[in-house]
Design a protein around this ligand. Sequence first.
Ligand code: CMP
Length: 373
Amino acid sequence: MSSDSSRRIQVPEELKEVLLQFSISFLVEQPPDVIDYAVEYFTKLQSERPSVSHTDQSTDDQLSVNSQDADAEPPVMASSRRKSVFAEAYDPEADDDDDGATAVFPKTDEQRARLVESVKNVLLFRSLEKEQMNQVLDAMFERKVQPGDFIIRQGDDGDNFYVIESGVYKVYINDKHINTYNHTGLFGELALLYNMPRAATVQAETSGLLWAMDRQTFRRILLKSAFRKRKMYEELLNSVPMLKALQNYERMNLADALVSKSYDNGERIIKQGDAADGMYFIEEGTVSVRMDQDDAEVEISQLGKGQYFGELALVTHRPRAASVYATGGVVKLAFLDTEAFERIMGFLTDVLKRNIVIYEQMFTDMARRNTNL
Ligand code: CMP
């Protein structure tokens, strides 16, 4: 083949995507043997693949970085993938992003205190070790913004990741306003995390202050932990019907906020009457929900994988209405604390409140059963 004809060979989008997924997976897992891992990876991929034709768009969507639902909003990744800057299989060893040096921006005590306050609730930083957190704080630098400033433009290559100290920022996808940040939150992580063009435009509505981190530092310190966590909870979060109401992007933020907890058979997870500190999603195993009645506890329901509990007290702002126990072996749960619940799930409270009616019915049924005994 002449060099001219080889230059004309088009690399199919699907191939790039599969290789991207494989490479990230390989880097996250770090298996000892690349060939063995590849065999295992692609065999699994093939067995999980629904039987659709290769030209079917949904196949492509299933291979997207977040396995987004074909019908879920917004189709951000799908459209930006077409313009991906990612041309070859991702290899951070060869990535000149990783030049080994982490930038240090000296800060006054006052600046550092403000920065620490701003990053306090950044979910992406939650799983960092102390040393990594110090590197993150050293590497962040201040950026003042004016009303109307474009911080990020959709389609651009990703340079920085931003944490908001102050200011209002509007997010647009294809000129449609889809999100607003009010003096808190972070943005600009997607392009750096998935090595893709910017998924959205972010414009300052007011003056404000941002803390920025360059892409090299972000990828060196945060890539693995953030990617692993989003991947880990992706299946669980996609399987909870109530969460279908969240945008894909919000589901990713939810994954950042979750903390894994395990309970042995018989162990109490929640005690009736206690103050609530969060809610739980069941990753593995079953739990028994029990209520106090006449000096005894009576089971009112059993819940399994993909179901959730502990949300009622968060919605009603009242003490726990029932106790919950691990049953039938070890139970693996993903815990979402109250603060993150309110931030991410706040607008779902109406959906959650519908459960109150179901719970009341269960309670009535239980009372009736016991009267008939
Ligand atoms: P990034 O793609 O790097 O740049 C634009 C940023 O907008 C994106 O990362 C997210 O941090 C942020 N953003 C906020 N809401 C959304 C959304 N619904 N979809 C995609 N990006 C969003």
